[in-house]
Design a protein around this ligand. Structure first.
Ligand code: HEM
Length: 283
């Protein structure tokens, strides 16, 4: 076999399960829907919001799309938590073992060392830190969704069911919830479409796009380079083979790439439209 063909057929390391990948795709679709319909409501006085509102079938139906995407996002969040509980039972036994183990998403001392090490690496004063399963910025992005669900999700539910919530809370809290929901949503949209996009796709090692969260797999070379500690641990435990799978056919990767580019393009356009609204049309 030609060396290039051999390379194409070589087994790859499976980083994400099928459920992980499905949840990420659904989350992207929900988040893009929430952010685009939400920003259309927030910046309703701009010409681009009027244009988008026509695409959504009017401002009222943009609100309906927003609620459907919000309900789907809440179901998705509950599905992820249920999956975590199941994995805890199946693979770790106790929460302590799961949350303090080397593959945990929870921040630990090594993340702080990696953060400092990375800054040194940026200015050429040290080597790139050896990362394990999750880098500190991946952990940060992960917990941003928990924070978002608490702050944006809870205030969104107050806006959705104001009569119910004012049975227990004073009416002015709905006004406060509107401000928090709106401004936190702006922050989340700005963060995801700039910092998260840069960390994941635009940094030099991954530019222009990292497909691993969709395909679930990466080449062995990339794995060794990206997560050397996780690689070492699997080799030492004799478990690497268990995680090696066939790559997807090129046509599947192509479809995935189109989806990825579409999401990146919508997200990046949204940031530009928000900056335009805030700089030139703010009311
Ligand atoms: C996940 C749970 C969420 C729920 C339950 C929810 C619910 C709502 C509701 C009921 C409204 C009022 C809509 C109307 O008046 O027709 C609203 C407005 C809005 N939402 Fe959400 N939402 C959620 C998530 C998000 C997310 C993730 C974003 C953006 C990233 C977002 C951005 C906005 C914005 C910008 C507004 C307009 C606020 C304003 O008028 O200034 N929402 N949301």
């Amino acid at each position: 076999m030609e060396p290039a063909a051999e390379q194409n057929n070589a087994k790859q390391y499976q980083r994400f399960t099928r459920l992980n990948r499905l949840l990420h795709v659904v989350m992207i679709v929900c988040f893009l829907s929430l952010a685009s319909t939400g920003m259309t409501l927030k910046f309703a006085y701009t010409s681009w919001a009027v244009f988008l509102s026509h695409l959504f079938g009017g401002f009222e139906s943009a609100g309906y799309i927003h609620r459907v995407a919000a309900a789907t996002m809440i179901i998705l969040f509950i599905t992820h938590i249920t999956d975590l509980v199941r994995r805890k039972r199946r693979e770790y036994g106790t929460w302590r073992a799961m949350l303090t183990g080397p593959d945990s998403m929870v921040f630990n001392k090594k993340d702080l060392q990696d953060l400092l090490g990375n800054f040194k690496w940026f200015i050429g004063k040290g080597p790139r830190p050896d990362y394990g399963r999750w880098t500190y910025w991946e952990k940060f992005d992960y917990f941003a969704v928990f924070w978002g669900m608490m702050v944006i999700g809870s205030t969104g539910l107050m806006l959705w069911f104001p009569v119910f919530f004012t049975l227990f809370f004073p009416g002015w809290l709905i006004n406060v919830a509107t401000i928090i929901h709106s401004d936190e949503a702006l922050l989340a949209t700005g963060f995801i479409f700039t910092v998260h996009f840069f960390n994941t796709h635009f940094r030099p090692e991954k530019f222009p796009m990292d497909l691993v969260v969709f395909t679930g797999r990466m080449t062995l070379e990339e794995f060794k380079e990206d997560k050397p500690l996780e690689y070492e641990a699997l080799v030492n435990a004799g478990e690497l083979e268990k995680h090696m799978v066939d790559p997807y056919p090129e046509i599947v990767v192509r479809v995935i790439r189109i989806f990825g580019w579409t999401a990146l393009a919508i997200g990046t356009s949204m940031v530009i439209l928000i900056i335009y609204a805030m700089v030139f049309a703010y009311q």
